[in-house]
Design a protein around this ligand. Structure first.
Ligand code: EPU
Length: 417
């Protein structure tokens, strides 16, 4: 397993360019199942999760070809509507092919996702919504066997604004007969990006990006070209890096309008952030100040920002209370690793009390998931001595050249095999 080795190297400076959003690109790729023809997706990040999604499309009989950050996808008329265990096990987001496969082919066989580092993570909302649209499901030997006649438009009220359940229902509804209304829908910018591509394909979606999405089903969609929005989590990672190491950085292609709450929160902690012509500008000097943090669905503070914020709090002045409201089971696994670096954190259920310490010390730590891996690497920017983040392959799942970009800002970071 690869490691990332980070040593303190002083304040950061320079320019970094944000790649396309992982959580958009994966759904845009799933949406290619909905129409026959040639798609071109631009600004697709070169990350492992996108490779898994491409492998999944290929296993179904769909061609994909990459050239830089462009991905060409050719979807034919005859595909195998199946997502095998080997791929779903590598990436649970593979579940987003269920809705589009049912919508176009009336059947799908998708491996049931298992548990992961965030806890049990059920998919009941996906299945309930699709069932309401007329699909039926059986689970056999670990696989969801789904079938339907043409899906029917209906009103679905989600119990929680689940991001991928909203994606799945949206991609199912575009080819359904009649109008589907999804209430308490996820409002993430990536949902709006997916809807933008679907509309370009000929779908009739309105309200994506708000909590009520209305979809008037159409008979057929066509293949299109589309550009993925920039990754707001990656952009926030660079703001956090400046908060932790100090310095002044331009973050090209960042979309501040997708990042209001996190910019506000990091601002309260002492990072100066302002929109610039090319994206964002961030600077920080002096010690960060503690604050309380509660994660919420968009437009609240995303759960994916939390490891970054906890790392900032770990070295800030004062005490911050962090509450996880999205993945309540377990999204504090990385805290024990930060404590190995000298952080003073106590967790109790879905809360963490973070008492800032004046300095962290480098240690060998483990990345349990991609956001945690990145947060530990950023802690290494200021921890005395060497920090070795093991299982760095987690970082490759969601960041296109993380180490190279960090080095470009003056950090001392290298990959060790
Ligand atoms: N939930 C259910 N039933 C469902 C679906 C979700 O109970 O049928 C619960 C989950 O267990 C969780 C909450 O609802 O407690 C929210 O989960 P959500 O469904 O919104 O998460 P997701 O769609 O599986 C996406 C992102 C995650 C991100 C979350 C929250 C993708 C591929 N993944 O996951 O991103 O953390 O939304 O914003 O879009 C990451 O990028 O590293 C990542 C994990």
């Amino acid at each position: 397993m690869d490691s990332l080795v980070v040593r303190p190297s002083g304040p950061l400076s320079g320019t970094v360019r944000v790649s396309g959003a992982k959580n958009s690109a994966l759904k845009l790729l799933a949406a290619t199942v909905l129409a026959q023809g040639d798609f071109v997706l631009h600004n697709v990040p070169r990350i492992a999760d996108v490779e898994v999604m491409c492998d999944l499309l290929v296993s179904m009989g769909i061609d994909t070809r990459r050239s830089g950050t462009d991905l060409s996808v050719h979807c034919g008329s005859d595909i195998v509507p199946e997502a095998p265990y080997e791929l779903v096990e590598r990436m649970r987001a593979s579940i987003v092919v269920l809705g589009p496969l049912l919508a176009r082919f009336g059947r799908a066989r998708v491996s049931m996702p298992g548990g992961d580092n965030f806890g049990t993570r059920p998919i009941d909302m996906h299945l309930l919504g699709l069932e309401k649209m007329g699909a039926s499901f059986d689970v056999h030997h670990g696989y969801i066997e789904a079938s339907c006649d043409r899906l029917l438009g209906t009103r679905v009220v989600l119990e929680f604004p689940s991001h991928t359940a909203t994606d799945n229902l949206l991609m199912a509804a575009v080819l359904a007969k009649g109008t589907t209304i999804v209430e308490n829908a996820a409002r993430e910018p990536e949902v709006a990006d997916l809807a933008a591509m679907l509309n370009r394909m000929g779908a009739r979606v309105s309200g994506a990006g708000t909590s009520t999405i209305e979809v008037e089903g159409v008979d057929e969609l066509t293949a299109v070209e589309h550009t993925t929005i920039p990754d707001r989590i990656e952009a926030a990672t660079w703001v956090a890096a400046v908060g932790i190491a100090g310095g002044e950085v331009t973050i090209e292609a960042a979309r501040p309008d997708h990042m209001d709450m996190v910019i506000q929160k990091m601002g309260v902690m002492g990072v100066r952030v302002s929109p610039s012509r090319s994206g964002l500008w961030a600077s920080c000097s002096g010690r960060l100040q503690s604050t309380d943090v509660a994660t919420l669905p968009y437009p609240g503070i995303a759960t994916d920002y939390k490891p970054l914020l906890v790392t900032m709090l770990a070295m800030a002045e004062g005490v911050g209370i962090v509450t996880e409201n999205v993945f309540r089971d377990n999204r504090f696994a990385y805290v024990a690793e930060l404590m190995r670096m000298g952080a003073d954190i106590r967790t109790e259920g879905h809360h963490a009390v973070v008492r800032g310490v004046p300095r962290l010390s480098g240690a060998r730590v483990k990345a349990h998931d991609l956001r945690a891996g990145v947060a530990l690497a950023l802690a290494g920017l200021v921890a005395e001595g060497e920090t070795e983040v093991q299982d760095a392959s987690h970082i490759d799942r969601g960041y296109d050249d993380f180490a190279g970009k960090l080095r470009g800002l003056g950090a001392e970071v290298e990959r060790r095999r």
